[in-house]
Design a binder for this molecule. Structure first.
Ligand code: S3P
Length: 431
């Protein structure tokens, strides 16, 4: 699908974003293992989260859709999953593949998990290696590095593990593997990654100790069912924040967004650039999360340096930061973000290629990029590389570009923000 973007004159008013993707995956998975029925509201109805739902159904879990965004999950208890007769297809979703590989390593049956061409090229060894140390039997393509992966699960032993890279997916895979018989498992992370799994497990009655970068799963023999509302996705909200920050005369409110500090990295970077962004009405919400309303108004911006410690909390938004940096005074440099090369696409190469086509001064670096701004952008024909985050970042760039921007592969947004185009480019042409 191709989209021709007509930019909005300014971004004003109040725009809500769909439920958080990371939290939606986890809520469906943990509700499946809970005692009794869980009701999950504002569940993200997208290709990625629906892949998780379909895999859970194949594993014997009954999931009823009360409406588009409300799920009733019939919990089967911690021992309740059964062997799937089919290969579990995770589509484009790294979270589905990595979290379920971890979970299934603890079940005494055979599973095969795969995904689309992009997912089959993304690293899985980072999950397989610690799971093997716990005693699981796994085999994957390309010397245990790539999906499809075959898992013969079983009784696992507790693991003490230092994460070699900050990754919430790896951390969560280990925690899910340890849920049934890996109590005492300790995971150390040097840079914190998103902690939704830990918060949700604690909210459902599991005992965890979290101190000095070490997460210990102390135990608990059941998960309590959920009655929860998923907060808005701050990653989706970032595109709106960015548009309001750079399109002159904008003033936008984005209500009820998850403002968990492991996810506010982009918000903080934008603030450091001088953006007029703030969080109001912050309060505790379901699942151990914090929510608040985000307000953003246009302001002149200056370039910043983003160092490796700041990368994990903003990882999915760094291509968007490159777009914002094209409109900021001076240099913005991002280092230590090599992980961007193994996301749904090589996001460093993709964003540099796209923004250069639009006339930006941006240089590709091994672990990031350097952008010199401000520079006027020209509308161009861009390839989204099958990557939702690139498509949405380019849509923001198009808001300040002169002339038409045409995005090829615009349907990529379906994996995380299916109504993105209706919000972002209502007057645009879809082909
Ligand atoms: C996610 C973790 C991050 C992030 C991804 C979602 C999660 O990946 O990029 O979009 O839900 O745990 P890594 O764990 O690979 O950093």
């Amino acid at each position: 699908m191709e989209i021709t973007i007509t930019p909005r004159k300014r971004w004003t008013g109040r725009i809500a974003v769909p439920g958080d993707k990371s939290i939606s995956h986890r809520a469906a998975i943990l509700a499946a293992l809970a005692e009794g029925d869980s009701l999950i509201e504002n569940f993200l109805d997208s290709a990625d989260t629906n892949a998780t739902v379909r895999c859970l159904e194949a594993l014997g879990v009954e999931i009823r859709r009360m409406d588009e965004e409300t799920l009733l999950v019939v919990g089967r208890g911690l021992d309740g999953l059964r062997e799937s007769q089919e290969v579990l297809h995770c589509g484009n979703s790294g979270t589905t593949l990595r979290l379920l590989t971890g979970l299934l390593a603890g079940f005494n049956f055979f599973s095969v998990l795969t995904g689309d061409a992009s997912l089959r090229s993304r690293p899985l060894g980072r999950v397989i290696e610690p799971l093997k140390k716990m005693g699981a039997k796994l085999m994957a393509r390309h010397d245990n590095e790539l999906a499809p992966v075959a898992v013969q699960g079983g009784k696992l032993k507790a693991l003490k593990y230092k994460l070699p890279i900050p990754s919430a997916q790896v951390k969560s895979a280990i925690l899910l593997a340890a849920l049934r018989h890996g109590h005492g498992t300790e995971i150390t992370e040097t840079i914190p990654s998103r902690d939704h799994t830990e918060r949700m497990l604690a909210a459902m009655g599991m005992k965890l100790t979290i101190a000095d970068g070490k997460i210990t799963l102390d135990g608990g023999n059941k998960l309590e069912a959920l009655r929860a509302r998923i907060p808005g996705d701050i990653s989706s909200a970032s595109y709106l924040m960015a548009a309001a920050a750079i399109v002159p005369g904008s003033k936008l409110e984005i209500p009820s967004v998850c403002v968990n500090p492991t996810r506010t990295g982009f918000f903080n970077l934008l603030k450091r650039m001088g953006a007029n962004v703030k969080i109001e009405s912050k309060k505790n919400a379901d699942l151990g999360e914090d929510v608040g309303d985000i307000l953003c108004e246009t302001e002149s911006l200056t370039g910043i340096n983003v160092n490796p410690e700041q990368v994990p909390a903003a990882i999915d938004e760094l291509p968007l930061l490159a777009v914002v940096a094209t409109q900021a005074y001076g240099w913005t440099r991002v280092t230590g973000a090599e992980e961007l090369r193994v996301k749904e696409s090589d996001r460093i190469a993709g964003v540099v290629e796209g923004l250069q086509k639009m006339g930006a001064r941006i240089e590709e670096k091994p672990g990031g990029f350097a952008v010199e701004g401000p520079s006027p952008l020209q509308g161009a024909r861009l390839d989204c590389k099958g990557d939702h985050r690139l498509a949405m970042a380019f849509a923001v760039a198009a808001q300040v570009a002169k002339g038409e921007t045409v995005l090829e592969g615009a349907e990529a947004v379906d994996v995380s923000y299916p109504n993105f185009w209706s919000v972002f480019a209502p007057a645009s042409t879809l082909v």
